[in-house]
Unconditional design. Sequence first.
Length: 360
Amino acid sequence: MKKALSVVGISLLLAACARPTDRGQQYVDGRFNQVLNPVEQVASDKSRDYSLFPAQLEKVESRSPSLTKANQAVYESVKAWLAESGEPTTLSDYGLSLEQMGGGDGYGNVLFTGYFSPVIEMRHEPDALFRYPVYAMPQCDEKCPTREEIYNGALDGLGLELGYSASLIDNFIMEVQGSGFIHFGDNDQLEYFAYGGKNGHPYVSIGKVLIERDEVPREKMSLKAIKDWVAQQDEPTVIELLNQNPSFVFFAPKAAHPVTGTAGIPLLSGASVAADREFLPMGTVLLAEVPQLNEEGNWNGQHVLKLLMALDTGGAVKKNHLDLYHGMGEEAGIKAGHHKHFGRVWKLTKPIENEVPVQQ
């Protein structure tokens, strides 16, 4: 599918000497040297909510025999643990091994950002209001045109326009998300624009650009902050900002269907994450202390222990960074845009010698 870039795409590293705690950082495990670090058990006193995970697991088991086969031993053990215990200190009793993520600061603080599926109003033909095109993937010998070249008409006349929106920033945000739902008001049609490819140029975070230009304070940066800034600018100023990111994403229209990630599995809000597949292959089960936010997007002082599954990837999601899927629509977008906070995360695995045979 993507995808899954964080909403603002900012890579945050904590300075070990400062030991900040304003975004849910904790310092209870000592230092870690690797992305994944074997540990004996999970010592968590956080409240637990595993309620969303069984439905996400069912999506995997019913739709992907290959993922299920590759992870069957872990899935069966996790289901038994949920049915009989759910106590994190007993995971090893079910044959599960644990690897704690080291965090960007080496103290176990893993960055949680958020992403979502936009719903954008479009028209099949341009008019005075709906005049910003979304494109299908062009045929490019090597690199496709840059964003600036595309905005200047590099794709005009090629018949690649899939639809026209009334908002350049909405189109851009859909690119960052990697897909989106489209409502065509001219015939009341709902379509799903899946990821169709990109132009091959590097991604640059416009959120980072706004911070560096002192347009938006770092601590206030979010999707909403970007949209609020854009709303106060004229079109040339907005285009100049967007052109700082030469990367451009193209789409492939499909009939409306559930949002799927890189693994081809429908994503459930609050139960799936985009992750770095080098360390967390598709289908990986994670136990995570997910930071909880208030309506203003600030950490409310709590974490909730949840089971999550890695089912998506993204260019900005590397190593100690997880992108939590928040669902579809404007409200999901606001919540996703606030998420740039930290929690502890454990990968659940099972030694090969303990795996149960796969039934043919």
